[in-house]
Ligand binder design. Structure first.
Ligand SMILES: Nc1nc2c(ncn2[C@@H]2O[C@H](COP(=O)(O)OP(=O)(O)OP(=O)(O)O)[C@@H](O)[C@H]2O)c(=O)[nH]1
Ligand SMILES: [K+]
Ligand SMILES: [Mg+2]
Length: 422
């Protein structure tokens, strides 16, 4: 491929990096309603009964899962089958959970996967074999991870550090995963366990291969409770000791009804609970709330090897939501990827200020979203929180500037803080 001399940047990045509204998973949530349903319906292919699970019990569950998935696929989706489908989905989620449980206690943890969390954030590289994950790690960090043209070059978790805007971002190179990973194929289960601990997942894809790799990987992660670029369903759910099921909603529901909610709850042997829908959620989303243990994670789809495809194809991929096109081989568009990654991490930068002085804007304290004043204290000095009297905060997290706050106050991006000791 030859890159055009006129404005390649526009083709690579049809979105301006600052356009957080359109690319950030925290934006309005418009994308979210369409995504939930149907994903399981197509999921039948992903569950292969030939999964690497040894025990007969596990095989039994796999069979049950594939049977339910077949039935869901057979069942037409309409008003009359709504309850039936809802029940099937609840059953499916239950069996999937059972399938995953035993592995936690067994010895299948896998050597080399317990990498210590370090730095300000963690990013996991997930992808099929030989898409270029290790090449990427070696390029972006000072760590070298072996890259080669054969599959499964990487067998463990290799950590590196990206230094960007004063933050240390831990980047994890992982073995390639394949279809059936969630059922234990290859090192899939260990890889997915690491992915769950990340702040952002980079799903690396080979731009020369079809779209099917993306949907296969999404399905694998979905099936173990990882929700990509979705927010937690806004449903209040509280199991109770008695009193039956009290059901309410603050919005018009088009996908769930009281009866369906009850059916699903009964499937989980829950007969007393308070349920309040604050959003028009699907049955799948409601099941996610009951099951709990779901991880809602931002994901960047990174198409590598664009040096191998046509300009038109590059342009098409670059326009997909949550997507970035790169070439590790030709070092194309890596800066833009870093900008996007920074946005998706949505780290909070806090500036400190001494009494009577201007804030120090040269040295930000970098924290995860939702960090409190106490987190800030710990970052400055280990004993500061115990000597803390109050803090003055300027910025978007307070109503007044400055405002006197306590240790539990939640900080926001670019707030300025002055800490007053006892
Ligand atoms: N043409 C081209 N080849 C690339 C690019 N990036 C990586 N490769 C090649 O792709 C092959 C696989 O790269 P790796 O980095 O080993 O891929 P991986 O995803 O870590 O593979 P596993 O560890 O086996 O899962 C190597 O031969 C790389 O040189 C790229 O941007 N363009
Ligand atoms: K490889
Ligand atoms: Mg590798």
């Amino acid at each position: 491929m030859s890159l055009p001399s006129t404005s390649p940047a526009r083709t690579l990045n049809p979105r301006a990096p600052g356009e957080r509204g359109r690319c950030s998973p925290w934006a309005s949530g418009a994308r979210w309603s369409a995504a939930a349903d149907g994903s399981r319906v197509q999921g039948s292919a992903a569950v292969s009964p030939a999964g690497a699970l040894g025990s007969a019990a596990a095989m039994g569950i796999l069979e049950k899962i594939s049977e339910i998935e077949k039935e869901i696929a057979r069942t037409q989706k309409n008003k009359a089958t709504e309850y039936h489908l809802g029940l099937l989905k609840a059953k499916l989620a239950k069996y999937r959970a059972q399938l995953l449980e035993p592995s936690k206690s067994s010895s299948s943890k896998g050597e080399g996967f317990d990498v210590m969390k370090s730095g300000d954030a963690r990013v996991a590289l997930i992808g099929f074999p030989s898409v270029g994950k290790s090449t990427f790690l070696s390029l972006m960090t000072s760590t070298a991870s072996e890259a080669a043209s054969y599959e499964f070059t990487t067998l463990t978790c290799i950590p590196g550090v990206i230094e960007y805007k004063g933050a240390n971002i831990q980047l994890l190179d992982l073995p390639g995963i394949i279809e059936g990973a969630a059922q234990g194929k290859g090192r899939g289960r260990q890889v997915i366990a690491v992915a769950r601990t990340a702040d952002v997942v980079i799903m690396m894809l080979d731009a020369t291969k079809g779209e099917v790799q993306r949907s296969l990987l999404e399905k694998e992660l979905e099936s173990v409770g990882i929700r990509l670029n979705k927010h937690k369903p806004n449903i209040y759910f509280k199991p109770k000791k008695g009193g039956g099921i009290s059901f309410n909603s603050t919005v018009t529901l088009t996908q769930c009804s009281e009866k369906l909610v009850q059916l699903i709850l009964h499937e989980y042997k829950i007969f007393n609970a308070e349920v309040l829908f604050r959003e028009d959620c699907s049955p799948d989303e409601f099941i996610d709330v009951i099951v709990g243990n779901r991880v809602y994670m931002p994901c960047l789809y990174v198409y590598n090897k664009i040096d191998q495809i046509s300009m038109e194809e590059v342009d098409r991929l670059a326009r997909k939501p949550d997507s970035v096109v790169i070439s590790c081989g030709m070092k194309l568009n890596l800066d833009y990827l870093l900008e996007m990654l920074w946005e998706y991490l949505a780290l909070t930068c806090i500036y400190t200020k001494k009494r009577g002085q201007r804030p120090d804007f040269t040295d930000a304290i970098i924290l995860r979203k939702g960090a409190s004043v106490e987190h800030v204290c710990h970052r400055i000095h280990r004993s500061l929180a115990s000597q803390f009297k109050y803090a003055l905060v300027w910025g978007t997290s307070t109503k007044y500037s400055p405002q006197r706050v306590g240790l539990t106050h939640t900080m926001e991006h670019e707030d300025v803080i002055q800490i007053v000791k006892k």
